[in-house]
Write a protein that binds this ligand. Structure first.
Ligand SMILES: [Zn+2]
Length: 198
């Protein structure tokens, strides 16, 4: 192996082929390293993806750092993945104007610790008009339908009104046949959103 522009006579190290490897002749105490990462990129990554423009200043105040430029080549994968933010959802003006116009619901769990009575989930019903919440604890997700029925009967009896719209994500517990049947029977309009979205 010899450096660029030199010949065999100036070889840095000589190796003999043994199978697929080359055994180096003489003492080869230094590891041979070839860097394909620019120092700026390397230190940008080492310093928790610091802004490239801050690199020259850092290299001036920290001992042992090479002189770093603020230039960057291409897009940093880590920055693109970790620092990009999602646009917030546009505000909704579809607030309920009357009692029981809209009920929001979601299921939370599975909790890492089971309650003393064995509950690991809960389902929440939020009354849009008053923002009042009702929580029912569950041992399994398939109890959502029966708890909704219980909630529906209780609130409709007390308010003498009927639930018009139910907003939830499209998780399996809200899209099951049993749940859909309850809503269909009662003439409740469904508004489904994607899971894990506000
Ligand atoms: Zn980065």
């Amino acid at each position: 192996m010899w450096s660029k522009g030199r010949s065999f006579d100036n070889a840095v190290v000589i190796g003999f082929q043994e199978g697929c490897l080359y055994r180096l002749k003489g003492k080869a105490e230094q590891a041979m390293v070839q860097s394909t990462v620019s120092p700026s990129k390397l230190w940008h990554q080492r310093l928790a993806h610091i802004h490239y423009k801050a690199l020259p200043a850092v290299s001036k105040v920290v001992n042992g750092l090479p002189e770093l430029k603020d230039g960057k080549e291409g897009v940093c994968r880590g920055c693109a993945k970790g620092k990009n933010v999602k646009n917030s959802f546009p505000g909704s003006d579809s607030r309920a104007k009357r009692i029981l116009d809209i009920i929001h619901s979601d299921v939370c769990g599975q909790m890492s610790t089971t309650s003393l009575s064995g509950y690991v989930y809960y389902v929440i019903f939020i009354h849009d008009y008053s923002r009042k919440c009702w929580i029912y604890f569950l041992k399994a997700k398939d109890e959502v339908s029966s708890k909704f029925k219980e909630f529906k009967e209780m609130i409709e009896n007390h308010s003498e009104k009927c639930i018009k719209t139910l907003r939830s994500d499209n998780g399996g517990e809200f899209t099951s046949n049993e749940f859909s049947e309850i809503c269909k029977k009662a003439g409740i309009k469904r508004e489904l959103t994607s899971p894990y979205n506000p």
